[in-house]
Design a protein around this ligand. Sequence first.
Ligand code: HEC
Length: 108
Amino acid sequence: MKKILLSAAVVMVCGSLAAGGFAETRTGRSGEELFKEHCSACHPEGGNIISTSKTLRKADREAHGIMNQTDIVEKMRHPGKGMTSWSASTLPDADALEIADYILKTFK
Ligand code: HEC
């Protein structure tokens, strides 16, 4: 009986550690979902409703020096006028990189 209780406790502790650790590193949502939640209000279909020349499409992006994932994450951390800013605590790097990857793959 003692043995059964002990192994049940071990399983419970391991289960909660695994769940807790996972939630800390990333939300587990796709770049597309995160983009829709955080970015698409101002950037519908990769456009830009505020600064109409600053779309997320390749030609516009690259004309403004935004070439890769790192550049896009940098923009979220330090945006220009009119764009919301996200720190690493409001939008973790793992999620920011997922969004950047989605943008690069989707808006050509
Ligand atoms: C409140 C509106 C708003 C939201 C929300 C917003 N943006 Fe922006 N975004 C802008 C504006 C305005 C600019 C132009 C100013 C600038 O260059 O920072 C811009 C510019 C950009 C650019 C540069 C495009 C270019 O051609 O130079 C990128 C990349 C970008 N946003 C990515 C994002 C991402 C990723 C998100 C979501 C995490 C996001 N934006 C959310 C308004 C917004």
